[in-house]
Design a protein. Structure first.
Length: 209
């Protein structure tokens, strides 16, 4: 994973507001999800993380919420998050894969995060990570289906070229002979037709310019 979209919002005082903000943060980590307009006070930033950044391994091995201020890693990503004012990072891990991150700044009340906040964040990560994993798999299947359709379209075009460019009549020297004709369209618009005549095999090919 070379890039993770991060979302940072300052929290409300109530637990209801905290949960609503975190749900918005989860949605922002999925590029395939339908995005909704963010409130005017929200701040967003794109965080590009190199594959060899030690912060990725730290997130995979982390068992809970990460306090960015306490991290002592030599990491470009950590430096960027500290400069942006990120206070907590919630790794979203599913089946050994880092799906995304929930990044939170300081509370609007300037109070410390409570144990209830940490528990809520932990529960959210457990529920959100598998859901995001499924969303990614669905998107991957859509891309694969589109690629298969593209290949089929290329074959249809190649078959049309073959039918258009090949001779419509056989040469006179083939008249009266028993033969078997096979053809196979190729993706690069080069088609091949093979004629098996008694004990003689003749290979004809057409390559449109």
């Amino acid at each position: 994973m070379t890039a993770i979209k991060s979302f940072w919002r300052k929290q409300e005082k109530s637990e209801e507001a905290v949960e609503a903000e975190m749900e918005t943060a989860v949605l922002s980590t999925v590029e395939t999800a339908v995005t909704t307009p963010a409130p005017s006070e929200a701040q967003t930033f794109d965080l590009d993380i190199a594959p060899n950044d030690p912060f990725l391994a730290y997130c995979l091995n982390s068992k809970g919420i990460i306090d960015v201020e306490k991290l002592m890693l030599e990491s470009t990503a950590v430096k960027a998050m500290k400069q942006a004012g990120v206070r907590l990072v919630v790794p979203l891990v599913s089946q050994g894969d880092l799906i995304g991150l929930i990044n939170l700044g300081e509370r609007r009340s300037e109070q410390e995060y409570t144990s209830d906040d940490f528990r809520l964040l932990q529960d959210l990560s457990i529920q959100a990570a598998p859901a995001l994993k499924v969303a990614q798999l669905v998107q991957q299947q859509k891309l694969e289906a589109a690629e298969r359709e593209r290949i089929q379209q290329e074959l249809r075009v190649a078959r049309l070229i073959q039918q258009t460019l090949l001779p419509q009549e056989l040469p006179k020297w083939l008249v009266g002979r028993w033969m078997l004709i096979t053809n196979r369209p190729a993706r690069l618009a080069v088609t091949f037709t093979t004629l098996f005549i008694l004990q003689t095999a003749v290979l004809l090919s057409s390559s449109p310019t």
